[in-house]
Write a protein that binds this ligand. Structure first.
Ligand code: FAD
Length: 399
């Protein structure tokens, strides 16, 4: 394992920095660095800029238009994008595309993959149901084959951005045997009659999540991916991609640099014992992020595919999300009393109350409560911390 970048890697980093300096729109950068909510149009704009430069599918194989980057290059790209204030890559692109590339029919590949490249189709993930989250295999949404269509009935929940989506990749029950052996993977058009979406408002007051109801929804059989009742294997393949999102490093570094800046005035003149404790927390977290980064590098150098499997993916997910939560808590604490108000509108794009507007505080601090609340979710989605610990216990400790 190499702790220091080689000359070509440093050159690659400089290339990505130059790309961001030249092509990341200032309006998007400002929104991201000011903790403002991004709209669908913001993601589409950024995704298309990436596509113009061949960067829209960093994890795709080259045959499909991907970059062909190795795992270290992908880490550098992620890190620089986060540090530079770029919007994150749409996670669903990195989930459905590898699935279609591996398991899709020729017709499915031809129909869907080019549209994802330009984000002409927005996808959502229809896995979780009430009562089937961690225990996904107990899902109840049923698809019954009638001639050339499946008729789907059931409910999905926590479906991120379903209200923006054109398509949903969905797990449905198609048999009555062993739970894992009777699940299929279907692609469902969100405009299908009988499909409805209801918002869920999260603790930070935002509408990203949804319930999706399926009431006699007809799905053409050609939208089945892989074999009927073989969806569990595909579902696990996709989850492995979801959990190997190692981009936490750049995010942690960006948040730490915010905390460091916010702490400057506290430490400049006669810091109180409370200020010094904040400084200690910052230093400890900087060390923890450095140690985490080395773990990431160790995993990446062991497997150049960048697909940290099994326990490694779980360990990275646990650690990176714990760090993100600790750092977002520190950011809030640095704001002191200024960070007490939950000003939900401070994360909206049109909200721009600079100090000139008569506010005696740093306007960025108003967004920190919502930002802190928003970050509580990361230890839940993509498999909760407890469930990841079970995987580590089973595969590493043999419990
Ligand atoms: C912000 C957000 C976005 C999401 N987006 C999507 C999406 O787009 N599509 C989608 O399909 N799903 C999505 N989810 C759902 C997510 O995958 C589930 O929330 C997650 O899998 C946990 O399931 P659950 O919420 O049903 O909790 P449960 O499974 O009911 O768990 C409740 C609690 O019990 C614990 N627990 C459960 N089983 C065990 C066990 N065996 N051992 C120890 N502890 C256990 C859990 O850790 C948790 O603390 C999203 C969730 C969030 C928070």
């Amino acid at each position: 394992m190499e702790l220091f970048e080689s000359a070509p890697e440093a050159g690659f980093r400089a290339e990505i920095q130059a790309f961001l300096a030249a092509h990341l729109p200032a309006s998007l950068r400002r929104k991201v660095l000011h903790f403002q909510r991004l709209e669908k149009a913001d993601f589409v704009l950024w995704h298309n800029i990436l596509a113009d430069h061949g960067y829209a599918g960093p994890i795709w194989p080259k045959d499909y238009g991907g970059t062909g980057w190795n795992a270290i290059q992908r880490k550098i790209f992620d890190e620089e994008c986060f540090l530079g204030g770029a919007p994150r890559l749409i996670p669903h692109v990195n989930m459905i595309c590898p699935v279609l590339q591996r398991y899709g029919s020729a017709a499915q590949k031809a129909r869907f993959l080019p549209r994802v490249w330009r984000l002409q189709d927005w996808w959502c993930q229809g896995y979780s149901e009430p009562g089937a989250g961690s225990d996904l295999a107990s899902l109840k949404t049923r698809a019954e084959r009638r001639g050339d269509v499946y008729v789907v009935n059931g409910q999905k929940t926590w479906t991120t951005w379903a209200h923006w989506a054109d398509w949903m990749f969905c797990l449905v029950r198609t048999g009555s045997g062993k739970p894992q052996a009777s699940i299929s993977f279907l692609l469902i058009d969100m405009k299908s009659p009988g499909l409805s979406v209801r918002p869920i408002i999260s603790t930070d007051g935002v509408h990203d999540l949804n319930e999706v109801f399926l009431d006699d929804v007809q799905v053409p059989v050609e939208n089945l991916v892989g074999e009927e009742n073989a969806g569990w294997t595909i579902a696990k393949f996709l989850l492995a991609h979801e959990r190997t999102d190692l981009a936490g490093i750049g995010l942690c570094k960006r948040f730490l640099s915010f905390a460091r800046r916010a702490m400057g005035p506290l430490l400049a003149h006669a810091p109180t014992p409370a200020d010094l404790r904040l400084r200690d927390r910052l230093v400890q977290l900087e060390l923890d992020v450095m140690a985490h980064e080395w773990t990431v590098l160790r995993v990446l150098s062991a497997d150049d595919s960048g697909e940290a499997a099994g326990a490694a993916a779980s360990i990275l997910k646990i650690r990176s999300t714990e760090l993100q939560q600790s750092i977002t808590a520190l950011m809030l604490d640095c704001a002191g009393p200024q960070g007490l108000r939950h000003l939900r509108e401070a994360r909206e794009q049109d909200w721009d109350q600079g100090p000139g507007a008569g506010l005696p505080v740093d306007p960025l601090h108003h967004a920190l409560v919502a930002h802190y609340l928003d970050w509580r979710k990361v230890t839940v989605f993509g498999g909760t911390t407890e469930v990841q610990k079970n995987i580590v216990g089973k595969t590493v400790l043999g419990l």
